[in-house]
Design a protein around this ligand. Structure first.
Ligand code: FCB
Length: 478
């Protein structure tokens, strides 16, 4: 058996997010976020689930950190909850911050590097009530909140991520409506994207001002979920055009401002004549914004799950149909998350995970190479990758061979990208444990650790043991 090694300081970890695991939604002064509201909309969440209890991580945190230690994780990626720390988007609530002080102490005590994300989708509802991410002021409120976290934890946390997948916050939240706050307002997604990026830029600026530099051992970045956009039929001009639009609305709308300090020209063309609140989205972009947004970063977080192969209509699908929509999902009507809609994702015949996401590890390699070649991105950390599986508990064990295989294939694809010279420094599995999987509720399990939501009992799956061994070896076997 030969092995395929990773560099000695490669960071192995697992990820989770506040709203998906914490529960305790009323504890210690927390107020509702947009997800607390959204989960109560009829048909918004599969099976009518809510995250009021989730994994009860807020109360079980020390045991969960002990599990991470048992798995030998070098790092844990988590997010802080804005509505705990600045309830209603207002002044700082020390009781809410205390939970994260305890978490970071527990992690450091266990020798685990805390990898902190400031925004994993839980905007205080009170800020949504005044316009949410379509309002410029929300970026300033984000800075207030982010600096409260930095003031409390900046001495002990070295890795800071502003946003997780702002594409989802902006386009699923404000254009498609499949995610909170569930608005379906066309080009509002682009306005929201700009304000999310502005909040990011404001934080990076302040972080540097306070001495947050690699020389001081501090790093700041953002996590995106860029995708490939492979035309379904590359010889069909309409499919090539669908791929261009997907690339624009999904990738370049973030990559261009972050790494080139501009918005791409074709985005203007694709949104021509579309107005939000009676104005084109470009009115949201003020002088100086793009300079802030394009300040150099220390790392780029990349989340990757599946390839994307768009086609123009007509194909055997509804306009805007997404991968995964052929399985049971929430019933609340949603729109295409791409302003103007107009394309679909037909089957390519590739194998899928149990969520029906097509498995395409080669796309992962190509994507990483492209990010390096076209955008000269800073060092990359894979901040999420993993598989949903309909796990079965048999005699207290979970033999999730499919998840293990998925992760292994993607680690090979990642190693291929590194062989091509892409600077990848770490990998976080999504997820540490089964959790509240947004609009899919508890039915969609991604964890290395199984959670019985009736009893809150945690059980290591086979994939967890395999991942722990592989990380300890720092090498894949082939
Ligand atoms: C990503 C999210 C994460 C989780 C995975 C499956 O889009 O960032 O919270 O839901 O998908």
């Amino acid at each position: 058996m030969t092995t395929r090694e990773f560099p000695p300081d490669f960071l192995w970890g697992a990820a989770a997010a506040a709203y998906q695991i914490e529960g305790a939604v009323d504890a210690d002064g927390r107020t509702p976020s947009i997800w607390d509201t959204f989960t109560r909309l009829p048909g918004a969440i599969l099976n009518g689930d809510d995250a009021d209890a989730a994994c009860e991580h807020y109360d079980r945190m020390p045991q969960d950190v002990a599990l991470m230690k048992e798995l030998g994780l070098a790092s844990y990626r988590f997010s802080t909850a804005w509505p705990r720390i600045c309830p209603d988007g207002g002044p700082v609530n020390q009781a809410g911050l205390d939970f994260y002080r305890r978490l970071v102490d527990e992690l450091l005590g266990a020798g685990i590097v805390p990898w902190l994300t400031l925004y994993h989708w839980d905007l205080p509802q009170a800020l949504e009530d005044t316009g949410g991410w379509t309002r410029r002021d929300t970026a300033d409120r984000f800075l207030d909140y982010a600096m409260a976290v930095y003031d409390a934890l900046g001495d002990r946390v070295d890795h800071w991520t502003t946003h997780n997948e702002p594409w989802c916050s902006a386009f699923m939240g404000y254009t498609g409506g499949g995610h909170a706050p569930g608005r379906q307002e066309g080009v509002a997604g682009v306005v929201a994207a700009h304000h999310l990026l502005l909040g990011h830029g404001l934080f990076v600026d302040e972080f540097r001002r306070r001495g947050g530099t690699p020389e001081q051992g501090k790093a700041v970045g953002i996590t995106l979920n860029p995708t490939v956009a492979d035309p379904f039929d590359p010889t069909r001009a309409a499919d090539v055009e669908a791929a261009r639009r997907l690339d624009g609305f999904h990738n370049r709308v973030f990559l261009e401002p972050l790494f080139r300090g501009r918005y791409a020209d074709d985005l203007a063309g694709d949104t021509d004549g579309m107005l939000f609140a009676g104005r084109p989205w470009q009115d949201a972009v003020h002088d100086g914004d793009l300079q802030l947004i394009s300040a150099p970063l220390d790392f780029l977080g990349v989340n990757f799950y599946h390839g994307d192969v768009p086609a123009a209509l007509p194909y055997d699908a509804e306009p805007g149909e997404l991968l995964g929509s052929r399985i049971e999902h929430a019933t609340r009507p949603r729109q295409s998350p791409y302003p103007g809609g107009g394309f679909v994702f037909p089957r390519t015949g590739r194998p899928t995970t149990d969520r029906d996401w097509e498995i395409d590890p080669d796309a992962f390699t190509r994507l990483l190479v492209r990010l390096r070649d076209e955008y000269a991105v800073p060092p990359v950390y894979i901040t999420e990758n993993g598989a949903m599986a309909n796990d079965v508990v048999e005699d207290g064990a979970i033999h999730d061979a499919g998840r293990r295989e998925y992760i292994e294939q993607h680690l090979h694809a990642l190693r291929d990208a590194m062989d091509k010279g892409v600077d990848v420094r770490g990998y976080f599995v999504w997820s540490l444990m089964d959790n509240f999987e947004w609009s899919y509720g508890y039915a969609h399990r991604f964890g290395l650790v199984h959670v019985d939501f009736a009893t809150q009992v945690r059980t290591l799956k086979d994939s967890a043991r395999w991942f722990a061994e592989m990380a300890a070896r720092n090498a894949l076997c082939q």
